[in-house]
Ligand binder design. Sequence first.
Ligand code: GDP
Length: 423
Amino acid sequence: MLTAIVGINWGDEGKGRMVDLLSSDYDIIVRYQGGNNAGHTVVNNKGRFILNLLPSGILRENTVNVMGPGMVIDLEHLCGEIENLRSKGIKISKDNLIISDKATICLPYHRLLDNLEEDRLKDKKFGSTRRGIAPVYGDKYMKKTIRMGELANPVTLNNRLASIVEWKNLLIQSYGSAPIDAAEIFEWLSKYGNPLKEYITDTSIFFNAAVNANKRIMFEAQLGALRDIDYGIFPYTSSSSTIAAYAPIGAGAPYAKLDEVVGIMKAYSSCVGEGPFVVEMSGQEATALREAGGEYGAATGRPRRVGAFDVVASRYGARVQGATSLALTKLDVLAYMDKIPVCTAYEIDGKQTVDFVTGETLDAAKPVIRYFDGFKCDISKCRKKSDLPVNALKYIEYIQKAVGTRIKYVSVGPERDDYILFD
Ligand code: GDP
């Protein structure tokens, strides 16, 4: 059984929480793209955890967690994350964590370059998390960075690093910044790479055996469909492929076929960083929703932009993800609203459309808003469809029909059991 759990919107849909819930049915959990530029927040009986790099299955016993070749890994951040989890009693060993030898290392100068460029852009910035993700993916495709497997051979690594750093300094110095020293980078690689060496392996061999043994594998995405480098709101996207079709490739099992794609979709919208966001609320309306939903970035603490549920963007997200079912999250957050707004279409140049658009056309789009009666009560203890107030049911059923994909789970709180099996 191969399942991908992916985001339908702009990210922060509650994927971490759903992976934590559903991971009990899986033997292996894999992260297949991205780095520490986003965070999953998971609350369970052991505490509250923010995971930036480690797959969410790390919080479960007897689950093997894989960091795939599609990832970019900041070694210092990963060492810190492992240490932090260990201090909270989570066991991490090579029995439950493996890292692909083909995963790319995000180096300190990638962070530096991200900052230099974001500062250069000033008010035209892209809203980068400044974690070095765009520079490191750029270098990956230039074939000028280091992969995890190279840590095994320090002599070759040192030689290659010297040449790469020489090249990189051409750019760094052109920003007016001091050149970097290859020896310092090598030292950093040794300091944070050596403790990780025991986890590094050829994950394609591991997957071959796992797929042949019919193991249950879950692919865990970071960020949503609208942040995908190809299909998202370019250039306000991430630098990797967030969509389900990439999951087997980024995980180390390019030949594998997914059986299921569970799309995580929030009952309202949120968006961190810059870029077009048609449904954006402002003023008191935005503050109330941001506070109710605790919408602050898990990786950066930045307040997120918030808005009504967006049928147009979500329909598109579900389609590009090839979602076979959906989980609607954070429905409980809407309890305070007298009327729940939903964006049912975009108006562009006086014409209404339900088809998502990108580029400048998206900048011109205005939301067409319809209001649903609020349910005005705490639904966080509801565990069955029949426990839900009728106005909550009407809202869910409208969304299901409008998005065109079946809603299988409704999440009504952050904890593991706060959900309803909807169909
Ligand atoms: P992710 O990157 O998609 O996992 O998203 P976040 O890290 O932003 O997680 C979403 C936040 O909402 C976390 O703080 C979760 O604990 C919380 N959360 C997830 N699902 C629900 C829900 O159904 N209701 C409420 N109230 N909170 C939720």
